[in-house]
Design a protein around this ligand. Sequence first.
Ligand code: DGY
Length: 331
Amino acid sequence: MSSPPTPQIPRARVAVSRGSLPGDSVARLSSVFDVRVWPEADAPNPSDLAAFIDDAEGLLGVAKDLIDDQLLDRCPQLRAVAIASTGYDYVDIEAARRRELPVTHTPAVLSGAVADHAFFLMTGARRRAHEHTTMFRSGAWDRHLALDEMLGLDVYGSTLGIVGYGQVGKAIARRAVCYEMTIQEYSRGPHDDLAKPVELDDLLRTSDIVVMCLPLLPETTHLIAERELRLMKPTATLVNVGRGATLDEQALASALKRNVIHSAGIDVFESEPISDTANPLLELANAFLTPHMASATHAARASMVSVAADDLQAMMEHRPPQHLLAELRHE
Ligand code: DGY
């Protein structure tokens, strides 16, 4: 006599908001859950994202997926959200809190990649990389440059001011030790022995290079604007690898144009993406710009997705996640 068929336990439904994610984490989730993956190359707009999530109980999302009241009202079944991103300014914390919805992010795993990129931006800006490569690639390198032509400024041995001293800021400080830099930082703490804590105005006045690695919060919005830029040295470089709106971009463009500061290396912008040339920074030779890709290494991006997938699986299985947003913790 054949045994009765084992009843199929329905698997929990999980939505993944991007069709193409690095690593094998989505395959891993698919072996446990009923996973649906956003089918198009372009990111979903908020309304399409809600329609796509539909009755899913878990969401694996990425930076810029707007998790707000509107989306959560349309997706009442959601009981866990894991975002493969460190910053979470696009998550409405109150909306999540009201619904007791756990949301996780991926701090730490991208700090090294972002810190490396901060040094790339510092060096590119101070050594006039944009001007040099533009000249070279346009076929204008038709004679040996004179010894005093197109010179830049050193990174090595300079004074570094880190604004926002979290995991990225600390990873930058560790690298700065090898560059024999004098390191100072402005933050609420925790502080450490690598960098001297100073007030923001003092940091701006005395640093050769100022690196911003701040989350976007009401109190950090336009933290660096016209007044702050005027405090900086005319030979200073400003780098931003945190969030675009922590810096007043119009004020920066104007400061660069008038040589109030030497240069800037910018990876994050007030409004992203930028597909036209209207942004005033794009026409400035002393602005060294990259399109929000500081964490874009194979290893960092795969780790971000893997950490988010692990946390999502934990939450779906009613285990505590490792990286719940600080604002949603109950300690
Ligand atoms: C992050 O994880 O916050 C990076 O900026 C990518 O958005």
